[in-house]
Write a protein that binds this ligand. Structure first.
Ligand code: PLP
Length: 472
């Protein structure tokens, strides 16, 4: 059982590490005011599904780092494989006429695992650079086909595709669109996110599906089909709130793409490498054969940074047409880094050897079932879970689905209570999202659900005391 963490807040204030963090370390999604006061939870160790902070508190990490510690932390055989590769070859130039044997082996393996004719792999440094690569690849492809106007991209509101200027612009989460940053607008467009819980006008699922497909087709026609290059979509939206679309949504969207010669880009940075019980989800779970898949995170289970943009033979044939003398002027110093590729190969070996995909189907099904029991609690508007991607959405009023004011910080309140009880769930506005490591056990699922239940009940009581909540 995880230990209580009540002493942390007072213990860390005098920790010189906390002061150094505040003075020098700018985090991703740095919240200046909060960080100045509260500092951060400083993690020093991790094993399996648990992490430990500098004060010795242990947490069950139901977030799996950032949707990524798939095989669990602290694997000795991974450490040995990485160390061996460092000794053998820590780096070699990946450009033009240079390769390394591990990168070749990994690309071959990814081509085998990816669906259909997705046989070509460009290795990147993470998810954002994989999505950015997909975008540049699409431009290159359209120019090679002499379709220079076919460059517009359609994505969904509430999607997250990364943090470079371009990928942040393809994504469009309201909370990410802060006025201090600028976004690319000219070639990027958005349609509704397919969240049945928030379907407009009380549409049922079938009506909502028709609405989404019609909206997509209208958007294409208004831009001119000859101008639309690609549709970008996460099979299950992750940080947008674990949005599980209506049945056949992807199939229908894909059919529209095929009608108008639009490339389908499945951003599987989260959904690949076991999180949904498959290596890749697009085809196996949603029946779609994408033209491009982007992946990262679970590719190495976060032991080292690596991403990949995997694309079809159809694209390859166009861009690599013999005799054209072309060069794909795109690459990263660390594309195909041999140590990162070794981590990916070892990670895939472990997923296969330990039959983790079957385990996820089992334990993920259990999580789906157990989490649904939270629906009856106050504050809980919706519970969404597909295998090991899960989310609880909190509302001020269950009937109207009205949200709390941002200042109430509902997701953060529940997250803080859970942290005090040794459980990490990730707060995103009015949501708590979860993506535990694939090795999570049934007993740990019980622990997640029971701690969350307690935290939700305590938070509802707290909000009632503050006069902010009157629901049941
Ligand atoms: C669907 C999706 N795409 C892309 C990214 C960006 O990946 P990275 O943070 O490795 O750049 C993320 C990160 O969370 C993601 O969830």
């Amino acid at each position: 059982m995880a230990t209580s963490n009540n002493a942390v807040a007072t213990a860390v204030i005098h920790d010189p590490l906390v002061e150094a963090d505040k003075a020098h370390y700018m985090h991703g999604y740095h919240m200046f005011d909060e960080h100045r006061v509260q500092g951060a939870l400083n993690i020093v160790a991790g094993e399996g599904a648990y992490i430990r902070d500098t004060a010795g508190n242990r947490f069950l990490d139901a977030v799996g780092g950032m949707w990524c510690t798939n095989i669990g932390l602290g694997r000795e055989e991974m450490a040995l494989a990485i160390a061996d590769q460092v000794r053998k070859l820590a780096y070699s130039n990946p450009f033009s006429d240079m390769a390394n044997t591990v990168a070749i082996e990994l690309c071959e393996k990814l081509a085998q695992l990816a669906p259909g004719d997705l046989d070509h792999v460009f290795l990147t440094t993470g998810g954002s650079t994989a999505v950015d690569t997909a975008y540049r690849l699409i431009q290159y492809y359209q120019n090679c086909r002499a379709k220079p106007h076919k460059k517009h991209i359609i994505a969904r509101y509430n999607a997250y595709h990364g943090s470079t200027t371009l990928t942040m612009s393809i994504g469009n989460k309201a909370a990410d669109r802060v006025p201090e940053f600028d976004y690319a607008h000219d070639l990027i467009h958005h349609v509704s996110n397919p969240n049945p819980y928030r379907a407009p006008d009380d549409m049922d699922e079938a009506e909502f599906l028709d609405f989404l497909v019609a909206e997509f087709e209208d958007k294409i026609l208004s831009l001119g089909a000859d101008n639309v290059a690609a549709f970008f979509a996460e099979p299950i939206m992750g940080s947008g709130g674990v949005i599980i679309p209506p049945k056949d949504y992807f199939l229908r969207m894909w059919q529209v793409c095929q009608t108008y010669d639009i490339l389908f880009v499945a951003d599987e940075v989260v959904t690949s490498f076991g999180r949904l019980g498959t290596f890749f989800a697009s085809e196996e779970l949603f029946g779609v054969q994408p033209d491009i898949i982007t992946t990262a995170k679970g590719l190495t289970s976060a032991y080292l940074p690596l991403g990949a943009c995997i694309f079809s033979e159809r694209i390859w044939k166009v861009i690599a047409e013999p005799g054209k003398g072309r060069c794909f002027t795109h690459g990263f110093t660390y594309s195909g880094h041999p140590v990162c590729c070794t981590a990916a190969l070892k990670n895939i070996e472990i997923i296969e050897r330990e039959n983790l995909l079957a385990h996820v189907k089992d334990v993920g099904g259990y999580l789906e079932q157990r989490l649904q029991s939270l629906r009856e609690l106050p504050l809980v508007g919706d519970v969404r879970c597909m295998k090991l991607m899960a989310c609880v959405e909190f509302v001020a009023d269950k009937r109207s689905k009205a949200l709390f004011a941002d200042a109430v910080n509902i997701g953060e309140r529940i997250h803080r209570r859970a942290q005090d009880k040794g459980l990490l769930v990730r707060p995103i506005m009015h949501l708590n999202v979860m993506s535990p490591p694939l090795i999570i056990t049934h007993a740990q699922v019980d622990e997640i659900v029971e701690v969350l239940r307690q935290c939700i009940l305590e938070t509802a009581a707290e909000l009632r005391r503050e006069g902010l909540y009157s629901g049941t």
